[in-house]
Design a protein around this ligand. Structure first.
Ligand SMILES: N[C@@H](CCC(=O)N[C@@H](CS)C(=O)NCC(=O)O)C(=O)O
Length: 228
């Protein structure tokens, strides 16, 4: 049985859960809270989740884990044999992981009213008596990252405009086909989905996303394929 070491609220961990569910692969979760995440260093020196342990193999980084799962369970492929499609899947997965991720952190945690609503999800695996302390520390940590990286130096209105451009781009890709890259679900869809789903949990994000019926329907399609 494979073990997924994860923080439940992390989009990268959800990417793996959805892929395993889509491929009907059994696994067990090992959950970490914000107060216990440093323990992951025992199996991943980078100190990050997700980590997948399969027999004697330990695989880190969501992108490498998805490739590993595809190799082990090739049914219902989420990559492509076509070089053009593979290139697009690669670029979209990286864009979602390395760019959209900062946007989802901003919308969920840098806007005060939203972070209050999001903290219970983030701290679900922390002891109740510690949450009052860990919650503000995590939010401050996220704000520090967003400030150094630059996202939170833009205003919410500017970020909503950026999001609108992203949604328009996705809408163009989905104009002629049900999935972003191929005629079937790929890692491009799953990677973008987990980030957009989180942005959509916030009023500022969903105000933008809900303007595109094509993108809303695509989100529902991915939800039905991977979460129901
Ligand atoms: N590129 C990595 C990113 C993983 C990542 O940033 N994980 C976060 C949770 S969303 C984490 O483990 N943070 C703990 C820490 O940095 O201490 C991947 O795709 O797996």
């Amino acid at each position: 049985m494979m073990h997924l070491h994860q923080m439940e609220d992390s989009p990268f961990c959800e990417k793996i859960r959805l892929l395993l569910h889509y491929k009907n692969v059994p696994y067990e979760s090992v959950n970490y809270g914000a107060s216990t995440i440093t323990r992951i260093r025992r199996i991943n020196s980078a100190g990050k989740v997700p980590v997948l342990v399969s027999g004697k193999q330990t695989v880190t980084d969501s992108t490498d884990i998805c490739r590993f799962i595809e190799q082990q369970y090739p049914d219902k492929p989420v990559y492509s044999d076509s070089a053009d499609e593979s290139a697009l899947i690669h670029v979209l997965e990286d864009w979602a992981d390395e760019s959209l991720y900062f946007m989802e952190m901003y919308f969920r945690f840098a806007i005060k009213t939203n972070s209050k609503a999001m903290l219970p999800l983030l701290l679900a695996h922390d002891p109740v008596w510690l949450r009052w302390l860990v919650g503000p520390l995590v939010v401050n940590g996220v704000k520090g990252i967003l400030n150094r990286q630059g996202t939170s130096r833009r205003s919410t209105e500017q970020l909503q405009k950026d999001l609108k451009s992203h949604v328009n781009a996705l809408e163009s890709m989905l104009g002629k086909q049900p999935f972003l890259v191929a005629d079937h679900l790929t890692m491009a869809d799953l990677s973008v989905y987990v980030q957009l789903k989180r942005i959509n949990q916030t009023p500022e994000g969903s105000a933008v996303i809900s303007e595109s019926l094509i993108v809303v329907n695509w989100l529902k399609r991915i939800h039905e394929l991977t979460e129901s």
